[in-house]
Ligand binder design. Structure first.
Ligand code: URA
Length: 295
């Protein structure tokens, strides 16, 4: 085959692969897309046209939310997402402020509906429903599993011990200026859950409960127009990616859902049980910051 024919054939194969992946994306096949991205990166590296090396990790100077700073820079393996099917939502602070203003009444209405929701039996055992907290200002959304005892008592997500750790993680990101020029705290990011009512004894959510509660999360995400979503733990990742893969295999990859990028990290409760997870979580926050700032 001469050079021109080979070039044409390769272009056809690329087009066809791309169509298949885009179909997968619309069908929720984020896993396949991330895998394809990984494959593409490998091929590019082999051909010498690899992606730029990861910027030096900023973790050296950073107190890992209460732990001593690591002696070595964090090792991060970013995975570039497959070509975005649509541009990411705005990064510019003025445009983000406009998105946040428009989202505010929508989020308030969803919160009202969550508080009135009786779609599954959890309303009978809940103290308070927990709609979510924060804004669309930063364009970053953290999604957990379901409210625990403290959240149920106060009506706000992530206010127990796990929540205090999440606050420290967000503060560490802010202190380290992981995203220069962007203030990060509970008011500029959004923190939500797959379930909006506490399951008795904090048991794992039932499929029916997720089915009834998750449309609230979907509408929140539509209003928030995040640039990046961070799944805290397996329940959020399974739900938003429609994948039963292990959490370890979902980490370090970048997916695309709801027009945003999405990454997966350990749940703060898991980090409280196993402090060794602090370092991988910090690496995930560095990945989040890098992906947030690129298209
Ligand atoms: N764990 C979660 O997943 N969500 C909360 O809001 C609190 C604890």
């Amino acid at each position: 085959m001469d050079g021109e024919n080979l070039r044409r054939e390769l272009a056809d194969i690329t087009k066809s692969l791309r169509r298949t992946l885009e179909r997968e994306l619309h069908a929720g096949g984020g896993d396949l897309i991330a895998t394809a991205a990984k494959q593409k990166r490998k091929m590019a590296a082999k051909s010498g046209a690899g992606t730029a090396p990861a910027p030096a990790a900023a973790a050296e100077e950073i107190d890992l939310f209460g732990e001593p700073a690591p002696t070595k820079p964090a090792k991060v393996t970013p995975v570039t997402a497959f070509e975005a099917p649509a541009p990411l939502p705005a990064l510019d602070p003025g445009a983000r402020a406009a998105i946040a203003r428009a989202a505010e009444p929508v989020l308030a209405k969803i919160a009202e509906e969550v508080r009135a929701c009786r779609s599954c039996a959890l309303w009978e055992t809940r103290g308070q429903a927990v709609p979510g907290v924060g804004s669309a200002l930063a364009g970053i959304v953290f999604v957990g599993e379901a409210p625990g005892a403290e959240e149920d008592r106060l009506g706000e997500p992530f206010v127990g011990r796990g929540g205090q750790l999440l606050d420290r993680i967000i503060k560490a990101m802010d202190d380290a200026r992981l995203i220069p020029g962007l203030r990060l705290d509970r008011s500029t990011v959004f923190i939500g859950n797959v379930l909006h009512c506490r399951p008795p004894e904090n048991r794992v959510p039932l499929a029916f409960e997720v089915e009834q509660s998750s449309p609230h999360l979907r509408r929140q995400l539509e209003a928030l127009q995040p640039r990046i979503i961070c799944c805290l733990g397996k329940t959020a990742a399974e739900h938003l990616l429609g994948s039963k893969a292990s959490l370890a295999s979902m980490r370090g990859r970048v997916y695309r859902v709801y027009g945003a990028k999405l990454i997966v990290t350990y749940h703060p409760a898991a980090v409280l049980r196993n402090p060794e997870l602090k370092r991988p979580v910090w690496e995930d926050m560095q990945l989040l910051a890098r992906e947030y700032q690129t298209e």
